[in-house]
Design a protein around this ligand. Structure first.
Ligand SMILES: Nc1ncnc2c1ncn2[C@@H]1O[C@H](COP(=O)(O)OP(=O)(O)OP(=O)(O)O)[C@@H](O)[C@H]1O
Ligand SMILES: [Mg+2]
Length: 256
């Protein structure tokens, strides 16, 4: 007897042939990939490769010149950011965007209040905020103004704000930038914990040690195109990736 074929799991995120042009520059060109639920996809590539543009297109902050974005199989191309957010997609900004007139704690509470568990009371939202600030490691700054935070802590706040909306898909854009070496390990563990709690993650990161230990798969962008995709080990030994991004110094260091 032929066993019935298991249905292929729907990708939580699918990007189909997406391109984005800014004037004469193609920031992204014909990029396609998908992410299965529960996966962590790392995205790397040189400055200007199109990584943040990709996040902006997925989350509705800007519209693709062509191509589609599907969330859970549903075409959301061109939808407004808040509509996509209600599909339980959250992101952090590389250039942090706190509400400057609110405290750190209130910044996170806003996300909880207007996120995907509607009708959360102010009290419950603040309690959620306190839990998340603890989780990302900035509880002691709860009553500070966001402007008082260090660069690394401001990125932690971005992460807490995103998590407050209870996402199923989380896109993080260089949240580890500015962390000290010793702090990176904790950040990697936190990302694994988030995945274990059921969140699918797309992580953009320049810190190679972090991206390698955090990702199930890595996708490499260069001049707006995918030049490699696969398991971290395979991607890092790919000639094109070494040439475009890592450089020979990385290879020599790794082999010593
Ligand atoms: N709004 C915009 N208008 C014009 N050009 C833009 C705009 N946003 C991005 N670009 C250009 O598109 C290209 C890709 O930019 P993007 O910010 O996506 O790169 P990135 O991979 O995130 O780089 P980095 O590692 O420095 O953050 C760059 O050449 C950038 O200058
Ligand atoms: Mg960027």
């Amino acid at each position: 007897m032929i066993a019935p074929q298991a249905a292929a799991p729907t990708a939580i995120l699918e990007v189909r042939n997406i391109s984005k042009r800014f004037g004469g520059l193609w920031a992204l060109r014909d990029v396609s990939f998908s992410v299965a639920e529960g996966q962590i996809l790392g995205v790397i590539g040189p400055n200007g490769a199109g990584k943040s543009t990709l996040v902006n297109l997925i989350t509705g902050l800007s519209r693709p010149t062509s191509g589609q974005v599907l969330i859970d199989g549903k075409d959301v191309t061109g939808s407004r950011p808040w509509v996509i957010a209600h599909d339980r997609v959250a992101r952090t900004f590389q250039i942090v965007k706190p509400f400057r007139g609110l405290t750190v704690r209130e910044n996170v509470a806003i996300g909880a209040m207007h996120g995907n568990e509607r009708d959360l009371s102010v009290r419950d939202s603040l309690a959620t905020a306190d839990e998340l600030l603890e989780m990302v490691g900035i509880a002691k700054h709860a009553n500070d103004a966001p402007g008082q935070l260090s660069v690394a802590d401001a990125r932690r706040l971005e992460l807490a704000k995103a998590l407050a909306t209870r996402p199923r898909l989380l896109l993080i854009d260089e949240v580890m930038a500015g962390l000290r070496y010793a702090e990176i390990e904790a950040a990697v563990q936190l990302i694994h914990r988030l995945r274990d709690s059921g969140i699918t993650i797309v992580a953009i990161e320049h810190v190679m040690k972090a991206i390698v230990s955090v990702s199930d798969q890595i996708l490499v962008l260069h001049h707006g195109s995918i030049i490699a995709r696969g398991a971290p080990r395979d991607v890092l030994s790919d000639e094109r990736v070494i040439e475009a991004y890592l450089g020979n110094r990385y290879v020599k260091r790794r082999s010593t």
